[in-house]
Design a protein. Structure first.
Lengths: 388, 355, 321
C-alpha cells in the first residue's frame, strides 16, 4: 500500500488586512474558498469533504467554529474535520486534507484555514494569566525573543541580518496583491531604526496581526488530469516535541531537523539548496529565516543561515528565493499563515504566482511551525508527478 | 483499503477530576495500559493524534503539554483535532491507509468540570445571533426532545426506557459516574427538570480521558487473537441552525450509516448524551430490535467531553476482543442536538473491512 | 491537605464581530425594531437570514420583513438560568416561526411556569428599550396580546440606513484552575520559601517545576530535589511593549534562569541591574517578597538580581538554549 498521488489544483486567499470589517467569519472563509474553487474550475457541490483549520478558539471567542460555519462553507451533508496544531495548523490542515486523497478515501477535497484576529486580541488570548504562575511572557514575541538571542550568540550573527529579512519580505509583499503590509519605503535602515519591542526583536521585524483565510483544492490523480498546472505533492511531514524539556534545543529543535530529513527523503531530495526552487518558510519574526534555513538543511548550522540571507541568497533572484509572497512578516492571519505558505509553494510550481513568480520553479517547499517551536508541518510540491 | 483494527483501549471517567485541565496525569496511566495491552513501547507507535478543546480547559493551546505524556524525545509524528476522540481516530485511520504508518495511538481528554459546561458549550453556537442568548446544551436538547414528542415520534415512556436500561447497565461499568436503574414507572414519577427532560434524560457533567490503539494487518494480529477490525468508518455534518433542520432526524447519521455495512450488527454503542437522542440514532441507523444497545451504560450515564464518542468505539471493540459479539457499530456525535456524527463498524474478521 | 491546589480564573473578552452584509442587515433591522428574514433559492423565508443559500451557496440578497408575532413550534423549560441568558428567572427557550417566515428561530419566552407555554401558542416580540443592533435588541418573547407588541420608538428614515456592520459580544467564563499534583508540590514549596524540583526516575533530569510527565520519556517526575536559589541567565529578552493583561510595567527583562541543581531553566524577571547590562551567563539569585505576602505562587519570588559573581562560562549553559 502506497500513497495515492495527490495534487493541488486550486489556491485561493483573501485580501489580508488588520481588520476585515466588511465580512463575517463565514464571508472571510468563502472569499478564499470561492477563489480556490474558481482556480480549480469546480463548484462547492463537487467537493467530497472539507477540512478546516485555525489556531486557538479564544481568538474569535467561538468554540469549534467549524460547527456553525459548516453550512456557509458548503460542508452540510459532507464530512468535515477540524485541525488545531497551534501556529503550524495551516500546514497540518493541508496535510490532513491531502491524506484524505492519498488514502484513496476522497477525490476532491477542499481545505480552508482562517483567522479573524480583529475579533479579539491575540496577545490577550495567548497570555491569559493562570493562577500560581508568573506572567512574564509578553505574547509570541516575548516568547521567541530569548531564542533569537541564543541563535545570534551561537552563530555570531551580525545584528542587522534580521533587518535584511524584514526589508526583503516587505519588498516582496509589494508584488503580492493579497498581502497585508504594503510599505514601499521599508529598507534595512528603516527596520533598524524601528522600535526595539522585545529586544533583540524590533517592531519592523515582527509579523502583523491580520484577518485572512486561505483555501486549497486537493484532488486525486484522475481529477488532476483535467488541470493545466497541478502542483503534485511530493512529500508531507508532521513532527512534534515538547514545549520545554531539559536541554531541549530551542534554536534548532530536533523535531524540525527530523521533519526536514524525513521530508527530503520522501521527496527524493538530496541537496535541498540546489533542488528546491522556491521556499515559503514560516517566519513570524525575521530572525527565523536564518534559523530555519539551517534547521531545514539549506545551510550549515551555526552561521550558514545568516550568511545565506546576508549574501542575498534568499532574495527573489537568489539561489533560494524565500517568501516571495512577503511571507508571514507581511500577512499573518495566524491559523491561515501555514496554509498560505503551502499554497504559495503550490502557486510557484504551477507558474501561477503572478508578479512574485520565481522563473521556472519546479519544486517548492511549504513550511509551518507552531507552539514554542515544537510543532512542524512541511510539504514539497512539484510541477512533475512524483516518481517515487 | 488496508485492514486496520482497534487493538487497545483505556479510559478514565469521573465526576470531578482534581488535577490540571491539561490532564497529563490522566494520560500517563492510560498510555501505560495501552502499552501493557499491546506489549509495545511508545516507539512502536507510528502516529499519534489527540482530541481536546481549548474552551473546555479555559486556555489557548491546552493540548500542547499533553504530548509530554507520550515522551517526545525523539520527536513524534503527531496531530491534533479540536474534536472528539472518534475523529482523532479517523485521522489516524487515514494515516494508516496511506501506508505511511502501520500503528497509531489516539487519545482525548477534557475536564468539563473546570468551567460551567452549560455555559461553555453556548460558545459552540452561531456567535452572532445565538451565543449572545447563552442557550445551554440542555435547553437545545429539550427543544429537540419536544419536537419529537409533539410529532408523536417518541413519548416519555420510550425516553424513560432508554434511561432505565442505561442506568441498569451502568452498574456493571466501573467508569460510569451515574448508575442505578429502577423502573420506567419510578423514573416517570420523578419531577421534570428542564421540561420535557428529567435529570436522568441528560448526561451528567463528566471529566475524563481515553486512548485507542490502532494497528494494520499483521501488526494487529500480533497483538490480539481477535482484533476488532474496522469494517467501515464514515462521518458527516449537518447545518447547525435549529430552525432549518428537522430536529427529529439526523441526516448526517443516516448518511454515515449508508456508507457502511450494518448488516448483522449485534451490538451498538451510541453516543447519545440525551435519552431521546438514542431513539433518533436507532432510527437513523435502522437497527433491528434485537441489537444490544449501549451495554456500557452509554453516554447518558457518563459523558466525558471529547472522549465519550471514542469511548463508544473502545467499548464496542472490547466486546469483539472478548468474543461476546462478532460485529458491532459505534457512533460518536459532536455539536448541538446531534449536528455531526460518525459511525464505525467493527468486526471479528477482516471480511468487509473495506468500505 | 487537598491533592492539588486550585484557584478561580476568569477568561473574559468583549469580542468585536464584523457581521458582513447579511447578518448586518438582520441586526440593522433589530436596531430599527424590524424583523428581517432572507428568502432562500427554494423560496423559504428564514429568520435570521442564512449568510449563504443552503442550496446554491450564493450570498443571500433577497430580504423580507416579517411580523413581530408568531407561533411556538417547540419549547423547553429553563429552571436554572445561567449567567448571560435573557432572563435571570426561570423562563422558556422557544423556537418561534414569525408570521411571514417559513422557519423558526430561537429566543426566550418570558413566562413564569411551564404551564404557561405550549407548542402552537401565539407569541410576540418584546423590544428592548435601547437597541444597538444585536439579537438582544429583542428583550424576549411574550404571550401574544390582541394589540401586538408594544410600540417602540423606531428611528426615522428608511430601513437599512447607517447599517450595522459590527456587534460586540462579551464573553466571560469562570473556571476553577487546578495545578497538577507535581506543580502543587512546587507551589507549596514556594509558600515555604523553597524552590522544589523533582527528578525523573528514567532520565534522572531534575525538573523545576516538577512534571506530571517528563517530556523526554513520559515518566512522572518523582524524587524531590530542592534546588539552589542561585543560577545562571541562559538567555533573555527585554520587553519594551505594553499589552493587554500585562501585570508588569515595561521595560523589563524576562530571562531563563538555570538554577544550580536543575536541568531546565525557569522564566523570571531580572531587576537590580539596568536592562541593557543583563548578559547571557550572568549569575543571579532569587529575591523574595516579604514572607507575609507569600502565597502559592512563583510570584513569591519578586525577581532575580545579579549576585556580582563572575559570569558563567558559555559551555556550562550552551546545552540549555
Amino acid at each position: 500500500m502506497t500513497k495515492q498521488p495527490a495534487a493541488v489544483v486550486g489556491v485561493g486567499q483573501t485580501h489580508h488586512r488588520a481588520k476585515r470589517e466588511d465580512v463575517s467569519m463565514a464571508g472571510l472563509c468563502r472569499e478564499a474558498i470561492d477563489r480556490a474553487l474558481e482556480d480549480a474550475g469546480m463548484t462547492l457541490d463537487e467537493i467530497d469533504a472539507i477540512v478546516v483549520g485555525k489556531a486557538p478558539d479564544l481568538f474569535e471567542g467561538v468554540m469549534m467554529p467549524e460547527l456553525f460555519l459548516a453550512e456557509a462553507l458548503g460542508a452540510a451533508g459532507k464530512p468535515l474535520l477540524r485541525v488545531h496544531t497551534a501556529g503550524s495548523v495551516g500546514g497540518s490542515t493541508a496535510i490532513v486534507a491531502s491524506l484524505l486523497v492519498q488514502a484513496g478515501v476522497h477525490r476532491k477535497v477542499l481545505t480552508v484555514a482562517y483567522e479573524k484576529q480583529s475579533e479579539s486580541n491575540a496577545m490577550w488570548a495567548l497570555s491569559v494569566p493562570l493562577p500560581f504562575n508568573m506572567p512574564v511572557h509578553a505574547g509570541a514575541g516575548g516568547y521567541f525573543a530569548p531564542h533569537v538571542r541564543s541563535y545570534i550568540r551561537r552563530s555570531n550573527a551580525p545584528t542587522h541580518v534580521g533587518a535584511i529579512v524584514a526589508a526583503k519580505d516587505r519588498q516582496n509583499a509589494l508584488r503580492n496583491p493579497y498581502a497585508h503590509l504594503k510599505n514601499p519605503d521599508t529598507t534595512v535602515e528603516s527596520v533598524l531604526a524601528s522600535q526595539m519591542l522585545w529586544d533583540p526583536i524590533r517592531y519592523d521585524e515582527t509579523c502583523p496581526s491580520s484577518d485572512g483565510a486561505c483555501a486549497l483544492v486537493i484532488v486525486s490523480e484522475d481529477v488532476a488530469a483535467a488541470s493545466p498546472n497541478p502542483a503534485w505533492i511530493h512529500g508531507t511531514v508532521m513532527r512534534s516535541e515538547a514545549t520545554t524539556a531539559a536541554e531541549r534545543d530551542q534554536v534548532n529543535p530536533q523535531a524540525s531537523r527530523d521533519a526536514a530529513a524525513a521530508l527530503w527523503k520522501q521527496a527524493g531530495i538530496t541537496n535541498p539548496l540546489e533542488e528546491i526552487d522556491a521556499a515559503e518558510i514560516y517566519v513570524p519574526f525575521s530572525w527565523f529565516e536564518p534559523m530555519w534555513l539551517e534547521s531545514l538543511g539549506f545551510a550549515e548550522e551555526n552561521g550558514g543561515g545568516w550568511r545565506l540571507t546576508e549574501s542575498g541568497g534568499t532574495a527573489m533572484d537568489g539561489v533560494l528565493p524565500v517568501n516571495c509572497s512577503g511571507g508571514v512578516l507581511s500577512s499573518n492571519p495566524i491559523g491561515a499563515s501555514g496554509m498560505l505558505r503551502f499554497g504559495e509553494a503550490a502557486l510557484q510550481v504551477r507558474g501561477a504566482a503572478g508578479e512574485h513568480q520565481v522563473d521556472g520553479a519546479r519544486r517548492a517547499l511549504g513550511h509551518a511551525y507552531g507552539g514554542g517551536s515544537q510543532f512542524f508541518a512541511m510539504w514539497v510540491v512539484g510541477a512533475e508527478k512524483p516518481s517515487n | 483499503m488496508r485492514d486496520v483494527a482497534v487493538v487497545g483501549f483505556a479510559q478514565r471517567q469521573m465526576e470531578e477530576f482534581d488535577g490540571s485541565p491539561t490532564c497529563v496525569e490522566l494520560l500517563v496511566p492510560l498510555f501505560a495500559e495501552c502499552y501493557e495491552q499491546t506489549g509495545w513501547t511508545r516507539r512502536d507507535v507510528g502516529f499519534w493524534c489527540s482530541g481536546s478543546s481549548d474552551y473546555l480547559a479555559g486556555r489557548s493551546f491546552s493540548f500542547v503539554s499533553a504530548v509530554d505524556a507520550i515522551g517526545v524525545i525523539p520527536p513524534v509524528n503527531e496531530s491534533h483535532v479540536e474534536m472528539d476522540l472518534a475523529w482523532a481516530m479517523y485521522e489516524a485511520w487515514l494515516k494508516i491507509q496511506t501506508g505511511e504508518v502501520d500503528t497509531a495511538l489516539v487519545y482525548a481528554f477534557g475536564k468539563a468540570s473546570a468551567g460551567v459546561l452549560r455555559r461553555t458549550l453556548a460558545l459552540q453556537l452561531e456567535p452572532y445571533t445565538m451565543t449572545p442568548l447563552w442557550p445551554d446544551t440542555v435547553s437545545l436538547a429539550g427543544l429537540q426532545a419536544r419536537a419529537g414528542l409533539d410529532a408523536g415520534l417518541w413519548d416519555e415512556r420510550a425516553m424513560a426506557e432508554v434511561a432505565n436500561r442505561s442506568l441498569t447497565d451502568a452498574e456493571k461499568n466501573e467508569y460510569s459516574v451515574r448508575k442505578g436503574g429502577s423502573s420506567v414507572e419510578e423514573l416517570l414519577a420523578r419531577p421534570m427538570y428542564a421540561d420535557p427532560l428529567r435529570k436522568h434524560d441528560c448526561s451528567p457533567v463528566t471529566d475524563g480521558a481515553a486512548a485507542i490503539v490502532l494497528a494494520a494487518g499483521d501488526r494487529a494480529r500480533e497483538v490480539r487473537d481477535r482484533p476488532a477490525w474496522i469494517g467501515g468508518v464514515s462521518h458527516y455534518i449537518d447545518p447547525m441552525s435549529m430552525g432549518t433542520r428537522d430536529l427529529t432526524r439526523s441526516p448526517s447519521t443516516a448518511r454515515a450509516a449508508a456508507a457502511v455495512d450494518l448488516d448483522g450488527v449485534e451490538l451498538a454503542e451510541l453516543h447519545a448524551p440525551f435519552s431521546h437522542q438514542e431513539l433518533i440514532l436507532r432510527h437513523e441507523l435502522g437497527l433491528a430490535d434485537d441489537v444490544r444497545i449501549n451495554p456500557s451504560g452509554g453516554a447518558l450515564t457518563s459523558n466525558p467531553m471529547f472522549s465519550a464518542g471514542g469511548i463508544r468505539i473502545g467499548e464496542a471493540a472490547q466486546r469483539i476482543w472478548s468474543g461476546e459479539v462478532s460485529k458491532a457499530v459505534a457512533h460518536a456525535t459532536s455539536g448541538p442536538a446531534l449536528q455531526q456524527n460518525l459511525v464505525c463498524v467493527l468486526g471479528s474478521t477482516t471480511e468487509g473491512a473495506s468500505n | 491537605m487537598t491533592r492539588t491546589l486550585s484557584a478561580p480564573v476568569t477568561v473574559a473578552f468583549d469580542y468585536t464581530r464584523s457581521t458582513g452584509p447579511v447578518l448586518g442587515r438582520f441586526l440593522t433591522g433589530l436596531r430599527d425594531a424590524k424583523l428581517v428574514g432572507g428568502r432562500t433559492s427554494e423560496g423559504k423565508v428564514v429568520v435570521p437570514p442564512p449568510e449563504f443559500d443552503p442550496v446554491t451557496h450564493a450570498a443571500i440578497d433577497d430580504f423580507v420583513e416579517v411580523a413581530p408575532t408568531g407561533t411556538v413550534t417547540s419549547w423547553t423549560w429553563v429552571p436554572e438560568p445561567v449567567a448571560g441568558q435573557p432572563f435571570d428567572r426561570p423562563f422558556a427557550f422557544v423556537l418561534v416561526t414569525l408570521d411571514g417566515a417559513d422557519a423558526p428561530f430561537l429566543h426566550a419566552l418570558d413566562v413564569s411556569s411551564p404551564d404557561q407555554v405550549s407548542t402552537g401558542m401565539r407569541v410576540q416580540v418584546r423590544w428592548a428599550d435601547e437597541r444597538v443592533g444585536a439579537i438582544t435588541d429583542i428583550a424576549g418573547l411574550e404571550p401574544a396580546t390582541g394589540n401586538g407588541p408594544t410600540a417602540v420608538d423606531a428611528p426615522e428614515g428608511r430601513l437599512g440606513e447607517n447599517p450595522v456592520t459590527g456587534v460586540i459580544t462579551p464573553v466571560s467564563l469562570d473556571y476553577q484552575y487546578a495545578a497538577s499534583p507535581e506543580e502543587s508540590a512546587f507551589y507549596r514549596g514556594l509558600n515555604e520559601g523553597r524552590i522544589v524540583g523533582q527528578r525523573c526516575p528514567t532520565c534522572r533530569k531534575v525538573y523545576v517545576p516538577p512534571r506530571s510527565a517528563c517530556p523526554a520519556d513520559g515518566t512522572p517526575t518523582a524524587e524531590e530535589v530542592e534546588v539552589s536559589q542561585t543560577g545562571t541567565i541562559t538567555t533573555f529578552c527585554i520587553v519594551n511593549v505594553p499589552f493587554l493583561g500585562q501585570k508588569i510595567t515595561p521595560p523589563y527583562v524576562s530571562a531563563y534562569v538555570l538554577l544550580d541543581g536543575a536541568d531546565i531553566a525557569i522564566l523570571h524577571l531580572i531587576l537590580g541591574v539596568p536592562a541593557d547590562e543583563v548578559r547571557m551567563g550572568m549569575r543571579v539569585k532569587a529575591v523574595w517578597k516579604p514572607e507575609e505576602e507569600w502565597t502559592y505562587s512563583l510570584e513569591n519570588i519578586d525577581h532575580f538580581e545579579p549576585t556580582g559573581d563572575p559570569d558563567a562560562d558559555y559551555d556550562t549553559y550552551r546545552h540549555h538554549l
